[in-house]
Design a protein around this ligand. Sequence first.
Ligand code: GDP
Length: 594
Amino acid sequence: MSEKNKTIVLPNSITVRDLAQVMETSPIQVIKVLMANGVMANINQQVDFDTAAIVASELGFEAIAETYEEEEIVEVGEIPMWRRMIMDENPKELVNRPPVVTILGHVDHGKTTLLDAIRHTDVAGGEAGGITQHIGAYQIEHKGQLITFLDTPGHAAFTAMRSRGAQGADIVILVVAADDGVMPQTKEAIAHAKAARVPIIVALNKIDRPDANPEFAKRQLSENGLVPDDWDGDTMIVPVSAKQRTGIEDLLEAILLTAEGMSIKANPNGKKIGTIIEAEIDKSKGVMATLLIQNGTVNAGDIVVAGSSYGRIRAMFDYKNKPIRKAGPSTPILIMGMNDVPQAGDIFQVVGSTKEAMSIVTERKIADKDSRFASPKATLEELFSRVQSGEEKELRLIIKADVQGSLEPIMNSLNDLASKEISINILHAETGNISENDVMLASASTAIIVGFNVTADAAAKRMAEGEGVSIRLYQIIYRLIEDVEKALKGMLEPEYVEVIIGKAEVLAIFKIQKIGAIAGCKITAGEFKRNAKARIVRKEEVFHEGEISSLKHEKDDVREVRTGFECGIGLKGFSDFEVGDTILCFTKELSTES
Ligand code: GDP
């Protein structure tokens, strides 16, 4: 028996079954009350808070809405960026904002067609033939609720945004063609979304095709961790035909449902902050940047800083290219007035004055210079030491192997290594050489790339060096497993690998008898050390590598020279410097390869 007017706390949406449970009554009772109020519902159906509150009141309860304060924010691992953005906002001022959705998937599975189809459903927009889009994002209205779609070109942009610490999207729509199933980029997209903790809704596209095989695609999705909800999993898989524009309403419904469950909030009166979606220079208008506002309300005239660009908003447009004066959370806007092109994924903020903007930019430029020469952020050893100190609870790996047959035993053996203290999270496992995409994913998720009988292509190596991502290559499975195991136990023998610590430009060459040639250089970044090694880069190719034999500042032999200073650099057994050469200075530190 329920007490009169007992208070119960209900979420935005609840199933009939759960609602009955909260009130300690039978689901039949709830269904009866719903029916009496004209709502036909089955036991698994979701009802919104208002409906649930009516049922509750008829059964003698007072329902109050669940507020999402701290418990929503306490999460392990990577916290979605937008949550971090609102962490210091007053919870009382937080209101729901439209979900921001991005569409990922394998090439040709129908991303563009789907975005088009969705755009055309915007009858509320009132434009015949849908919205003519001007910027890389648009909004539609479905059942009175707005949804923002990012129309960025596939997951490269998503990853770039994520690896730079930003995260525009709240929900990922994964487009999978029902006639083709899970393909390499589908798996990559799953890995990216999972690593960023962004929920995935699958749009099972091209179901109109005679060779569509939805069941097969679902099985493949399950094998990749996306178990359909009708198979008792928690992934919504919505059959659609982007081409025939069927199933789109269901997809939008699924987005709203997912958004509701996540409680996506912002403070419209809070600090003005968001993400750069894209930016370019227009010959007559200057820098045009598309911004996604994630908190606060941005006004024309505000001063915006993003990365190392800033400026006063001279003009501001919505996604229909209509001039606007202000815009709130989840709104994509196009602005004019920045002094330079910010990068996609940069976080923007609004500051009080141009002076403040300039000082932020100057500080960033200095910090940026320093960090480019920072040591790797994810060697196996360093990750492990973070695990030991309690900073990390999981070891994230990306595994590439030559054949499918090697992947499984590797993954199984690795999973067996997980313990109470540390879990092993295989973000992505696939056949093929290590690519830039793998490195981006690793960088964004502080993961290590482990390769078995594969190589890393040149672009991937370059990017790994720049991003400080560790790539370990193996030819023997047990050595791979053994290394990870040793790392987990903190016993990995250090092997040495290079870390670039400085960069110099050759300004002049001095020929000295007996000694050979000395390059007169200016150190442009980091520092040079006498006992380090050097690499000469000419026309973007490595020309020579060797030990530094002399390092002089003015007339003195010195042990190190820092950024901004000029110096003379001699290399053992090498005299072939040319003006314009770049010299990189590197030391050997803990290994990234085996
Ligand atoms: P994207 O590379 O993922 O952006 O794929 P596109 O949207 O460019 O679509 C690739 C091809 O698939 C195009 O020829 C589309 O016309 C076709 N396509 C997209 N959606 C559907 C669909 O629902 N049914 C059928 N039959 N074809 C589709």
